[in-house]
Design a protein around this ligand. Sequence first.
Ligand code: NAG
Ligand code: NAG
Ligand code: NAG
Length: 232
Amino acid sequence: MSFASTTFEKPEVAVAEEERQRLGRTETRWVRVLRILTLLILVLTAGFVVMAVYSFGRKSQQMSFSSEFEAHAIRVIESFHTGIGRQLSACDTLSASITSYAIESGSVFPNVTVPHWGVMSNNFQIQAQATFVQFYPLVTGNETDDWNRTLWQKYAALNHNWLMPSFTKEHLMRTAQDLQFGYEATPLTSEGVEGTEDSYENDLGHLAHAGSFSPYIWSSRENGPSLPLSGP
Ligand SMILES: *[C@@H]1O[C@H](CO)[C@@H](O)[C@H](O)[C@H]1NC(C)=O
Ligand SMILES: *[C@@H]1O[C@H](CO)[C@@H](O)[C@H](O)[C@H]1NC(C)=O
Ligand SMILES: *[C@@H]1O[C@H](CO)[C@@H](O)[C@H](O)[C@H]1NC(C)=O
């Protein structure tokens, strides 16, 4: 009985073993397929997430860049407008002061000599952030009728004495200001006058001894505003 059981047991075990192995093989194949599928899904999900984050980030960065750019542009334009407005109102103030003085003193344009021009122009220079300030009266005339110019030149020659003190005052104020702001003191040279090698002192000396206006201090030799050279 025991023999029989062993002889019959053997094929049964073998069949079971075979069945188990077959099942195992099928299972292994399914597991592999499942594993590949899971991996594929993971890779796809990761790719999708990366793409979504990238496109969202790019869009939001573009938006924030353009809004920031716009804000800065608006600020630049606003400050430009503010600056121009301030300069124009400084011009307005200076012109009002000149006109007010002319009316009060009974002077008729162009025969107007503003007192303390050095101080006034210096204040204007600060407000308008101007490199320099010059005052040119408009004197009309033509080839046949040049009488207005003759009168103006006569007046200018008679009233040039304010120039030297005004230049000196303006220079002293500018130097004091530069020192206050920690800059080097402005040298006494005729800076900005192209084509001239005269020093500021030479120009002033020229002015003092010419007995009248010197065109050199205002411009290069031939061009520029016409100012009287001969005395009254
Ligand atoms: C001279 O000045 C007067 C007063 O400003 C003006 O009426 C006249 O037209 C001027 N003459 C010329 C030629 O411009
Ligand atoms: C010069 O100006 C006067 C006064 O304004 C005018 O009568 C005259 O015609 C002008 N002459 C020329 C050449 O423009
Ligand atoms: C300007 O000044 C000159 C010289 O003093 C004078 O002859 C002329 O009449 C003045 N002109 C005016 C418009 O006051």
